[in-house]
Design a protein around this ligand. Sequence first.
Ligand code: HGY
Ligand code: MN
Ligand code: MN
Ligand code: MN
Length: 406
Amino acid sequence: MSEGAARVLPEEVADGFRRLWRDLLPVGRCDATGGYRRHAWTTADAECRAWFAEQARHRGLTYETDRNGNQWAWLGDPTAGDAVVTGSHLDSVPDGGAYDGPLGVVGAFAALDALRARGLRPERPLAVVNFTEEEGARFGLACLGSRLMTGAVRPETAGALRDADGVTLAAAMERAGRDPAAAGRDDERLTRIGAFVELHVEQGRHLAATPHPVGVASAIWPHGRWRFDFRGEANHAGTTRLEDRRDPMPAYAAAVLAARANAERLGALATFGRIRVEPNGTNAIASLVSAWLDCRAPDAALVDRLVEETARAAEGAEVIRESYTAVVNFDVPLRDRVAHILGGAPVLPTGAGHDAGILAGEVPAAMLFVRNPTGVSHSPYEHADEADCLAGVAALAAVLADLLTS
Ligand code: HGY
Ligand code: MN
Ligand code: MN
Ligand code: MN
């Protein structure tokens, strides 16, 4: 462990972090790939939820699941107001890494343990939160739990979202014993929150090039998801002449190449990472290719231009905007206060979306990033060294202590 973390985290808290991490690590892990498949309202998600509830119970915290399925563990009176909330998400992208999300939830419990070990007497409530379906991997909308809580998505729209098997969010919630009709903006809960701080592995290499294990987020780039539907005519691969075909695949391929060329020219990021083909047969010409474009850029106008120009190159495609998040500039006074507490930690933007970005529209929000030596994320190769994770916990504890006693 680096000297810095040892100085600020008592060994029993560091050991507590290791135990938390070790207990959660196997949940939802795919042995074949080493990646994680933790998606909302699945068996793996239920195991993650059980782990969260057990951590709350073990610490004597007030545990609850809110109307949108987000989990909360409260130290102090949950109704007192002006609470400091910290946490992240436990779900993953398909074959995701171990750190994206869980580091923020495990780190929150460990930071709470560190504050207790110091005998801190909070003047405000503290809550640890696990937001559901942050990645949107099952139902297609990222930050689903925090968007429902803030009203950024209407419950009837969310409830109708379907997974790859056609199961709606509403049906999945019902199967998990939740009432989808209760979902929606949670004004009462939002008024209780005074500030939100999320610890998260950096998804990039900015900190890796510095001596700093922890950084502070300045902004989240504008980003969104667009579905491109390319329609064709199903037919036999072996008996249909080329001139008789209405094959949507060439138009899809042209759109992918156009998106890449546009992104390079505009200085944006464009990703076609998900495709659904019907009927998806090796010997059948496709009748429909649905492909999702994830587009991000430092500037919203670049996102708009990239999508427009790619749509123009996508002959005959129907383009549907499925989600869009405008730029998030984190609360400057809170950001500067956090950077000051951390003794001049680097301040950096990110192209990744986070629940903190959704909460930032409602309450002062801040993010701490933990150095990721490879910068890789949304992959089993995502990594953060233990010493840096512990430094992140120590940093979070320092920020929480400052917020809870002033
Ligand atoms: O897609 C994102 O940026 C986030 O990881 N959900
Ligand atoms: Mn992610
Ligand atoms: Mn995340
Ligand atoms: Mn995220």
